[in-house]
Design a protein around this ligand. Sequence first.
Ligand SMILES: Cc1ncc(COP(=O)(O)O)c(C=O)c1O
Length: 453
Amino acid sequence: MTGSIKYLLAENEIPTAWYNLAADLPFRPNPPLHPRTLEPLGPDDLATLFPPSLIEQEMTSRRFVDIPGEVLDVYRLWRPTPLVRARRLERALPTRARIYYKYEGVSPAGSHKPNTAVAQAHYNHRDGTRRLTTETGAGQWGSALALACSFFGLECTVYMVRISYEQKPYRKAFMRVHGADVTPSPSSRTACGRAILEDQPDSPGSLGIAISEAVEDAAGDPRACYSLGSVLNHVLLHQTVIGLETRRQLEMAGERPDAVVGCFGGGSNFAGLAFPLLSLDGTGPQVIAAEPAACPTLTRGVYAYDYGDAAGIAPVAHMFTLGHSFVPPRIHAGGLRYHGAAPLASALLHHGLISARAVGQLDAFAAASLFARTEGILPAPESAHAIQVVVELAREAEREKTEPCIVFGLSGHGHFDMGAYEAYLDGLLEDYQHPREEIERALAQLPQVAGGR
Ligand SMILES: Cc1ncc(COP(=O)(O)O)c(C=O)c1O
């Protein structure tokens, strides 16, 4: 057979429980800290931002957490998602590696983000929240939460990083169709936003700044909670539905992966795919996070305590970071412009259980274009970073004459990113250099936590 092959599960094979990697870790990740006192956070500290069910999930040590029926009902609209053997890509490279991709772009928002958005909207609705606030970079997360809020009858306020708000007007329209209120960030609606605008009126914004605005908004309204689309333990937990399905699909294909690759912004699609496939005793696949060279959190950042947001009002986490005041260059993979990384993924990297590679924007778009021409799907610019790492692995396998099985996460489609593809095709995209001085300046502002670095 020469064409690409799809491995499909039946509707009743959607996993009924999420997998919590924290239960199996051979070490204990350092706890998150309160942003003012820098003391370990307790459940009460999180209560102004999150509903009780999600606080419980954030701290749970249970290995499996049941997926509620209401969430499964919504998942069924697009799950299970396909695992595809990319034979046409293999032939075009050419490589003797066997390449599989798990495609999350079939969700109504076009990415993996609804896997957690639906769960978070459900628990918030059940616990009595009326409005959710959030930030969005590429617009994918905002779209997912807007959609999920409309399913569960919640209001939704989205702070959208200004550069993406300008580059992706149709993402804004998508969110508004689903009833969300969308504001470019930094905005004059919050004290954090006003302070940044005063200092830098044409700030492109960043995920860190938009998080500050959404957190401030939720903390000031007793009807509202805050919702984060990545980084936190409960978000990674919800995304494991991806890897749990993939595990079964690989069994159908008769494969055991040698390498697992995911793009990395805050770490949720990467963790969702990789955690259920990871082996903590070192006998499993090589697991690689693909991040942008312009925002090299995992490859050039430090493992330290830092704030999750730019203004220093969100919890302080032990993670790989470029410093909370780092504003990444204006690359088109807006969802990868985050200064920090999920604490669970950071701990795995620190302990050598996963690795990371940085990818330039031009290489990412070249790999995405090759993928579109061979497999027919136009990838999200974020996912393109994973494809470039797969291309590198396939070329390495050719040089070493090995035949690995490589699985990667195609986290979303790029149908709202046509401006970026057009700029690439017109030769207008640049490869941003890692701005070392900027990173050094931001790292000098890390909170001073004893033993945290
Ligand atoms: C399609 C897509 N992939 C990946 C990401 C990166 O986020 P995460 O690292 O949480 O998966 C985003 C973020 O917006 C995204 O939209």
